[in-house]
Design a protein around this ligand. Structure first.
Ligand code: PMT
Length: 410
């Protein structure tokens, strides 16, 4: 997404300026060519040399510094850039830009550019909440400037509250979001993720190796493409894919079933990446099972509801995407699930393959549709896999909109 993008990183004078060094590294790691522009105050916190060394580009600080021969620096850069991100953005820089003041390189460049500009503010909580700053933020938003953060947390001034620079991951997610075509606008998508947890007694449970990574990637990419996403997940240890994705956390398959039925009516697309337990202990013991008297212990299990199958029976014109986690006869078993559960697409992953399935950041999948067409993907990151699955889903959305015939009911 960021490969070969020309990004201007504007740094203004706040204590969070040191964090923009790491932001620069993350952006360059993803293949972006970053040009740093610093205000005079920013140079009190960090030196241009640090940014120059890490970006491999000259750092622009001086209004009258010329770039590329005789051209005017701020105009040249503003022309070649794909995006400007100002992190940290102080109250001062927001105030100047909101009121049309262009008295240094950074503010002049913001006026001169036509590319998207993203502000990541950072300041004391009272400054952020002051009517001066809030009015300026509103003014900037009205002009089409975008914002990420600030977030709540411990602030450098010793207070706690909203004023902390957004995490680099969030800033980068927002940049990638800005570059992404919104082909899922208007689509409500329910994504399931993670394992389920079936209690045995007050201290034990049965679960599986799903971490939620695949489902979280589906949720993140669908939201990035403009969908309104609800994430229904089993217990997990991941950080939220995005703040603007509501998350419903459940434990057991039956809880996931009830929540899925609740959200189903109102959504256009369901993507079930969760690893739902097929069986649960028939009885949940009130007391902890003890080993004192027994050498063995038999656990009687009963079937859990098949959520996706039930959704397949209920479906009117929704698009249903399932996953199949298999250890043998991948395509045969996936095909049976596609038909039995009345799905439009099934994503088959052989979880015995290195780099595929549970717990890793990558996957190797085959996407099978209701016409029998198969798309085989190589080892890719789960984000990339999710994006390709969504490409297939969007084709179905378009077919549905055009009223084209399809073997599943719409
Ligand atoms: O979470 P990660 O660590 O990233 O791992 C990713 C993954 C391996 C969990 C994921 O890629 C995956 O394959 N998810 C589906 C796992 C699974 O339960 O597969 P299944 O073949 O048992 O089920 C088929 C489909 O029916 C799935 O969409 C499943 O969500 C659904 N199902 C299964 C059982 C059940 N009782 N109800 C269901 O709805």
């Amino acid at each position: 997404m960021l490969k070969n993008r020309e990004i201007i990183l504007g740094v203004s004078g706040g204590i969070a300026a040191y964090k923009s060094v790491e932001l620069l590294r993350e952006l360059t790691k993803r293949g972006a060519n970053v040009h740093v522009v610093m205000t005079k105050n920013a140079q009190q916190f960090i030196t241009p040399l640090t940014f120059q060394t890490l970006s491999g580009n000259p750092v622009l600080c001086d209004m009258f510094q010329l770039l590329m021969g005789s051209k005017i620096g701020h105009v040249t850069l503003a022309d070649i850039a794909d995006l400007m991100v100002i992190a940290p953005a102080t109250a001062n820089i927001l105030g100047k830009i909101a009121n049309g003041i262009a008295d240094d390189f950074l503010t002049t460049m913001v006026m001169a550019t036509t590319v998207p500009v993203l502000f990541a503010p950072s300041m004391n909580v009272n400054m952020w909440e002051s009517s001066f700053v809030q009015n300026n933020v509103e003014k900037l938003k009205a002009h089409g400037y975008q914002f990420i953060g600030p977030i709540e947390g411990d602030l450098a001034c010793g207070s706690v509250g909203k004023g902390k620079l957004a995490d680099n991951e969030e800033i980068i997610e927002k940049i990638e979001d800005i570059f992404t075509q919104k082909d899922f606008q208007g689509q409500r998508v329910l994504v399931t993720a993670g394992p389920t947890l079936e209690p045995i007694d007050p201290v034990r449970s049965i679960t599986n190796r799903s971490t939620g990574r695949m489902g979280f990637a589906m949720a993140r990419m669908a939201r990035r493409r403009g969908a309104e996403v609800t994430l229904l997940t089993g217990p997990h240890y991941l950080s939220l894919p995005r703040r603007d994705i509501p998350q419903i956390v459940v434990n057991s398959a039956r809880e996931m079933h009830d929540a899925a039925m609740h959200y189903f009516e109102d959504c256009h697309i369901v993507i079930m990446a969760a690893a739902v337990a097929d069986f649960r202990p028939k009885a949940i013991l009130e007391q902890k099972i003890t080993k004192r008297k027994n050498e063995t212990h038999i656990l009687e299990m009963e079937k859990n509801p098949d959520i996706l199958k039930e959704l397949g029976e209920k479906k009117k014109n929704q698009i249903l995407v399932g996953f199949a986690a298999e250890t043998s006869e991948l395509m045969e078993k996936a095909e049976v699930k596609l038909k039995e559960k009345n799905l439009d697409l099934i994503v088959a992953n052989d979880v015995t393959e290195p780099g595929a399935g549970f717990g890793v950041d990558t996957n190797i999948v085959k996407i099978l549709d209701a016409l029998g067409k198969v798309k085989k993907l190589p080892l890719l990151s789960k984000d990339e896999v999710a994006d390709i699955i969504l490409d297939q889903v969007v084709k179905l959305v378009k077919m549905k909109e055009k009223g084209r015939p399809w073997p599943r009911n719409w």
